[in-house]
Structure formats: C-alpha cells, structure tokens
Design a binder for this molecule. Structure first.
Ligand code: SF4
Length: 230
C-alpha cells in the first residue's frame, strides 16, 4: 500500500464507530473539486511508513472500533486485501470508501468478507458521469465500471451508503432527482458540500447550489437523503 495520510481518530467517518483513517495514494479520476489533490497523483512512493500505522493500530486496538480506508482510491492497490486482512486480524471493523472504479476488487473483498461498511461516490447521473470524473480520453470504460460496482455493493449484503459531492455549475437540481431515483427503498444517500479550501483544479466560485434546500426537496420523495457531516 502507498499511504499518503493517517488520521488517528475520527468519530464521524465510520457510522457508529470510533475509527482511524488511512488515506491511500493514487486515483485514476480527476474530479476538479477533489479536496485531497496530494493523494491523487503518485509522483513517487514517499508517504507514511506503513509500520507506523500498524504500530498505532496495535497499541490502540482496544480503544478503536474500526479503520476507515479511503483515498485517493484504495481499490487500485493490489495488496488492499492483505491490508484489510491485517486490520481484521486486530479485531477491528473496516469501512471502505471507493469511487467504484474496480468492481473486480470489490467482488474479491466481499467474497473474503473483508469489509463491514462501504461508502461509494455517485458522481453524476450515469449519462454525464465523465463531466465530474474527468478520465483521460480512451478511458471512458472506467465509468461503466462504476456502474457495475454500484450493483456489486448493492448485492453484497454489507451495509453501504452512496454520496454525491454537490458540484455547482456542473450539477443542476434535476440531476439530484435523477440520482436519487437510482436509490432503492432504504438506501442511504448523502449529499456533501463542496470544499473550496484546496482543490485539484481551479473552480468557478460564482456558481452555487443550496445543499440544505436541495436535501429538503429530495427528502420529500426519498426519505433516506441527508447531508454528509464529514
Ligand atoms: S475526489 Fe475524485 S480525484 Fe479525488 S480521490 Fe476521489 S475520485 Fe479521485
């Protein structure tokens, strides 16, 4: 694993659990709003020493409930199953955040029972997914893989949530009605406010979408819509 960041404690990232967060490096998408741009490109293999992470987790395993593995995109790392096995070996639960680009990896993790909770991005309506994910020309097939992952997670029997970062100027209100329409009864769908502190590409701040209003509008039709607190 190439680890770009480690947060020792979070009370909000893994629902109902006290967790540490491991941030992996590397992503094939180029979402302009990405607020972890330093995790997107793997310019070199420098990062956090994995052994430091293991040292902390071993020392604090009785205090923690789980570990959230996020990115970048964790499923791009071939040794992710081994990494999650080690977490489970400490008696900790695993939450995996994914953009869904690697359905084969997700299937393998489900089969090996290495994940206790999934959170997957839903970046846009399927027909316009590339407007947010911004893959390089010739790699549009990656977007179909996200759609496949949506079903892999849905069929996994493991708790999950979907979440969309609201991207003013790219998303319009009707896009959220379309995306909420993908939800099955009981599925959790979170809207996340964009963060302008640090982004992968310059953003047009003159555009806006009122996220609380949007969530309220949607919740009249889809009761499990909420605003992400993280
Ligand atoms: S926000 Fe987009 S670019 Fe950033 S890590 Fe997630 S999928 Fe990759």
């Amino acid at each position: 694993m190439i680890i770009g960041g480690f947060q020792k404690l979070s009370l909000v990232d893994f629902p109902g659990k006290v967790a540490s967060i491991v941030f992996t490096k590397g992503c094939v998408f180029r979402c302009a709003y990405c607020h972890n741009p330093e995790l997107v490109l793997i310019k070199d293999h420098t990062g956090i020493d994995e052994e430091e992470v293991w040292g902390y987790l071993k020392r604090r395993k009785s205090f923690l409930d789980g570990v959230c593995v996020t990115g970048g995109e964790p499923t791009l790392h071939k040794d992710l199953p081994h990494f999650l096995e080690r977490i489970k070996g400490l008696g900790l639960s695993v939450k995996l955040d994914t953009n869904g680009v690697t359905p084969a990896m997700l299937r393998a993790l489900v089969e090996k029972k290495l994940v206790d909770y999934f959170a997957m991005d839903l970046k846009h309506r399927w027909s316009r997914y590339g407007e947010v994910a911004a893959v390089s020309p010739g790699k549009e097939y990656l977007l179909d893989r996200c759609r496949e992952s949506f079903e892999v997670i849905r069929d996994s029997g493991i708790p999950y949530e979907w979440r969309t970062t609201v991207f003013p100027g790219v998303h319009a209100e009707d896009d959220f009605f379309e995306m909420a329409g993908y939800m099955k009864p009981g599925e959790k769908y979170y809207l996340q406010e964009i963060s302008y502190k640090k982004n992968l590409a310059p953003l047009d701040r003159s555009k806006s979408l009122d996220v609380p209003r949007l969530a309220k509008l949607l919740s009249a039709y889809y009761p499990k819509v909420d605003i992400a607190v993280r």
